[in-house]
Design a protein around this ligand. Structure first.
Ligand SMILES: O=C(CO)[C@@H](O)[C@H](O)COP(=O)(O)O
Length: 235
């Protein structure tokens, strides 16, 4: 029995192959998954496999409820449990991406939210892209990857909030992004890296740079619809 439809496997393969094309990761420092909620599973990039060598058959099917591998000899990405935490928390998402893209990781390592410094950011993210709290020693010692996902869910909030803020930075680690499809989650990773680089350059030119709230909201609602959620969960 093959777990995960050919269409899902194709979508997840193409999304993973977009990571090196968009220069979001060195080596295999990134992974994408996609979910089939009816089947109660998601498929994810296998751990350590080069993007160039990746095939649809290599993708690892994982049981959503238990996190157990359903078939095959390859290990799922080490971040599988983080992906699973998002699928369990947010029913609307269909894909998750994790990368180590340089500028987003710089903000995660600096323990800084990515501020809204222009409409490029506001078009996609409804406020500053948050950095999470650090994991406690206990959270690091047990269920590390699941707890990594949990601190993001804790910081972002419910399904509606996750739609308005499809990204977060894990403190001292790096970005996770999500979306309605696997490819959308990668595209949100591409946008995140772009606005992180723009923010670093903007703040280097003018440390006092800001964007008026009314302009931020206009652009976010223009992109997401007038009724779209706006207002990143308060710290
Ligand atoms: O976050 C990390 C390591 O810090 C991971 O994303 C790895 O960089 C990729 O691991 P695999 O997906 O190959 O297991």
């Amino acid at each position: 029995m093959t777990y995960g439809s050919p269409a899902l496997r194709r979508a997840v393969l193409l999304a993973n192959q977009r990571i090196p094309l968009a220069k979001l990761a060195q080596l295999t420092w990134g992974n994408v998954s996609g979910i089939d909620r009816e089947a109660g599973l998601y498929v994810i990039k296998p751990s350590g496999v080069a993007y160039d060598d990746l095939t649809e058959d290599d993708l690892v099917p994982v049981d959503l409820a238990t996190g157990k591998v359903l078939d095959g000899d390859l290990r799922p990405s080490v971040d599988s449990e983080s992906h699973r935490a998002f699928y369990l928390a947010w029913p609307s998402i269909g894909g998750v991406t994790h990368t180590h893209s340089t500028n987003a990781v710089a903000f995660a390592q600096a323990d800084l939210d990515i501020p809204v410094l222009g409409t490029t950011h506001a078009d996609t993210f409804d406020g500053p892209v948050p950095v999470t709290r650090g994991l406690t020693p206990e959270e690091c010692a047990t269920d590390y990857e699941l707890n990594t996902g949990r601190v993001i869910v804790e910081r972002i909030g419910d399904d509606e909030a996750a739609a308005g803020m499809p990204a977060a930075l894990v403190a001292n680690h790096g970005p996770f992004t999500w979306g309605a499809t696997p490819m959308k989650s990668v595209e949100n990773g591409i946008i995140l890296e772009a606005v992180a680089e723009m923010a670093i350059k903007t703040l280097a030119l003018n440390p006092a740079a800001t964007t008026p709230q009314h302009l931020q909201e206009r652009h976010f609602k223009r992109k997401h619809g007038p009724g779209a959620y706006y207002g990143n969960p308060p710290k």
